[in-house]
Design a protein around this ligand. Sequence first.
Ligand code: ADP
Ligand code: SF4
Length: 693
Amino acid sequence: MARDPRYDILFEPVAIGPVTAPNRFYQVPHCNGMGHRHPRRHAAMRGIKAQGGWGVVCTEEVEIHPSSELTPYIEGRLWDDRDIAAMRLMTDAVHAHGSLAGIELAYNGHHAPNRDSRLPPMAPSAGPVIAHDPISARAMDKTDIRNFRRWHRDAALRAREAGFDIVYVYAGHDMTTLMHFMQRRNNRRGDEYGGALENRVRLTREVLEETRDAVGDTCAVAFRFAVDELMGDDGIAADGEGREIVEMLAELPDLWDVNVSDWSNDSVTARFAEEGYQDPYTAFVKSVTSKPVVGVGRYTSPDAMVAKIKKGQLDFIGAARPSIADPFLPAKLADGRADEIRECIGCNICVAGDNRVAPIRCTQNPTMGEEWRRGWHPETIAPKASDDPVLVVGGGPAGLECALQLGKRGYPVTLAEASGALGGRLNGETRLPGLASYGRVRDYREYLLRQMANVDIYLDSPLDADAVIEFATPHVVIATGSTWRRDGTGRTLHEPLQGIETLDTQKVLTPDDLTGEGGGAPLGRVVLFDDDHYLMGGVLAELLAARDGTEVTLVTNAPLVSAWTEYTMEQHRIQGRLIELGVTIAANRTLSSVTRDQAQTACVFTGRTETLAMDTLVLVTARDGLDGLFRDLRTRQENGGADHIRTLEAIGDCLAPGSVANAIFLGHLAARNLEGEPWDAALFNRELPEISL
Ligand code: ADP
Ligand code: SF4
């Protein structure tokens, strides 16, 4: 299809210093948990983005020296010449598709405890490292500053040698020494590098000039700068020193890459910020500099992108998460397929991968991180191995993804869903506060499935084993989902909650009840026990606290509300919101027993108990896979009653209840593997240590 002319402006080439980007789609630096440990995997991921039309594709932070390294987090590395070859894998992969490759050189100062190199961290002024390690950074003296400048220059030369077109000077996210020098709170120096703003900016100016001098004839020099730290006068602010810094350095870099800091403000989840949330802070930059500007804001809508360019706020549409969710976003626009864009839902599961020191994964894009290891491509999949029909039972995330990929492979697919709508758990969960964007997981897949001539969708079709056998398909995939437990068992309680049998059933609720349609009745004094620790406990507390006649006490044995959301960088916002809503938080306490109108909690450290008055108990503890149908069919198979079923597989929550990302991944995996080789570790590409015998 032809490109919609409204989007032509997004496909204009733009010069950046000595290089030219083929269009305005700019994948800004983003972490991915692969970096120096998985260079082939990393290069393949970046190469796919270039193939998908991103005109500029950047690395994540790249450490320039062992005196600032982020172990256990896995970033890029250019410590010395031995690292060049691994980085070249990426530039080759990006150049193969005509895009520019950018590298974000990083020196993290007192953000880096140097857990591996064990070298003492350095900072503008002495003080404890930001990570909770029992070590302080020492203040950099003039020799240290000279060394740092030399290391940065050397790294820039190595970056050019590795083939990069854009070399970053990085002062974003409250993570780098250059930013620390500029911040009043981290720079208490009395020399020419401290005090007045001009002095605090001195090192950044020197590094920008030296980078330009070293590589600026052939490489563009980009400056990534957080113009606002969202801390008012305590930090850099767009209406204060942030703007002054842009004014001071306006023409020095070839490109301004601007954002807000810290990372949790830069990559806010959809629950807490809309698309374009950074505009109020970054919009001024273009009026101060003549150099091109890139900015981010979880842009997935092409109309919003065009508006940014036309209004003269940005020259490039920067994206990390939208390029992760859909590496082919630009290509789809170029082909007139805007309706096929797989939009980021703003869940930050990608960030959680990095924060858990695991390679990146994405809720919307199950191929993310698997490009080299499993050889998966986000847009293509092997054609069917036979004409055998497949029955997929259950139209939640797992069933939808599996049916979609099987449909793409060309199999005749039947998707049977018990309820009147596709979407499974998403249909209830998207009604919860701030979770509407999760509906994109369903909508993207349903939209494509509905257009496939080889896919039949049956709603209101609960199937039992007899019905499945009647379908007579040789391949059956069961994606029947999960249900929340009602007895309090989970991570903490291994036996049903003491006294639960004495409560009326309507006094005990689970997320399955509260995410359903209707509701809204006052629940009196609610005790919500969260032993799950991800989103659900916190979001239900938020839902109920806003309900008239309802008071909520959230009991959790974790130290924080929705503790796992620390990895998605939402935890502090969730807890703050609940406090504002008047939710009582009983952390580090477990639920030990209940009576008709009381709940007893126990301190996880001392066992000391307290009693709470209670009208309603909400249990967010654990989910059980609804695998009854799968087990029935397996038994029939084993007893010779379903011989025509050649493959029978359970996927998603019915197999292993988990995140939506997990269900999508398992659905995708099953579709890729159908009629393929049985799984074996040897099918995984692995980067093995080089050992010469
Ligand atoms: P997942 O995250 O694994 O996709 P969900 O719970 O979101 O799981 O979705 C499971 C879907 O399966 C639900 O829409 C549910 O209505 C449907 N389902 C469950 N049992 C059956 C069945 N026996 N026949 C057809 N559909 C079913
Ligand atoms: Fe977007 Fe979530 Fe994918 Fe990250 S994991 S790119 S936030 S959909």
